[in-house]
Design a protein around this ligand. Sequence first.
Ligand SMILES: *Cc1c(COP(=O)(O)O)cnc(C)c1O
Length: 390
Amino acid sequence: MTAALMNTYQPLAMSFIKGLGTRLWDQAGREYLDAVAGVAVTNVGHSHPRIVAAISEQAGLLLHTSNLYSIDWQQQLAQKLTQLSGMDRVFFNNSGAEANETALKLARLYGWRKGIEQPLVVVMANAFHGRTLGTLSASDGPAVRLGFNDLPGDFVKVPFGNLDALERVQQQHGERIVAILVEPIQGESGVQLPPPGYLKALSKLCKRHSWLLMLDEIQTGIGRTGHWFAFQHEGIIPDVMTLAKGLGNGVPIGACLARGRAADLFTPGSHGSTFGGNPLACRVGCTVLDIIEDQGLLENVRVQGERLISRLRAELADNPNVLAIRGQGLMIGIELKQPIRDLTLIAARDHGLLINVTRGNTIRLLPPLTIDEREVEMIVRGVVRAISAI
Ligand SMILES: *Cc1c(COP(=O)(O)O)cnc(C)c1O
């Protein structure tokens, strides 16, 4: 790696020059099955012809005018997202962290309007919400926080999935709490699912205390779990929701959606973004949503997700190094007892399969939502062989 880049990543010594659908090719022309999808980003596959056409046409028409003028594609995408989610209004930015910053600003404004001087947001142990100073303080874990201790405060942390702990912080800090920020499924910390009914209970608690329920759906949203948004599995609706990753299929875009009281907090001048909501990103967002609809991908995620998890469970049932297999839709984690050194390299080099390992010991599978039965078998075979080679 060139020393001209700051030392923030540890990339594998491999890179790709071409992608199509679920496949990637390296410089030597070798083909790989992509079960990472750029970390839940390329949900409709690489170089989808409709995305290629949308980008090419829009690049030839207009890339940027700024939010000094109204932007038709931005309005169309907002309309589509609110229809699909039941939320009322959208603010667009360029990344997940920025979308969460927007949510945190809404929480601040909400508290300020209620006359709460030092508003507190409840966040979860092992959460990941981004790398800006604000979202980092809402996140957990020494790996991301080390050396950045002097962050803006205003957060109180509870264990994920634990309702009793929430009752306790309510009793302790009740007056100051304005919102709960939570991932429906924790992605970076190893595909952690809360107990069934957890989101529903959070929703009730928030209603009772007039707190905002703010869901970070940056990884779980845009079809990843088999519904458009993970909250739809529990028949609730949040006050605030953030999106990014899969919304642009690789074109940078983030969105913060809000409903009811939370939707009307911003006023002209109180928030903004130069690039946010530009014609290119929003047109691609519209195209992504159309593709998911037209290709019936939500149904595909449910079918292939169930197939993938049950095939993994069957094949890995007797593997002494497998602690747990869990997930929803096409967001699946395989927790190992012992980390395996160079596992992602072994899977790629020896089995042509791209996987991700998070928190050191959990294989995370996030394939494109378009995978078919044959590709599910290829993933199972690759994972089983890579784990068993040790
Ligand atoms: C990826 C991710 C983020 C951060 O998104 P960026 O685009 O990298 O800023 C925030 N929250 C969750 C749940 C994520 O998975």
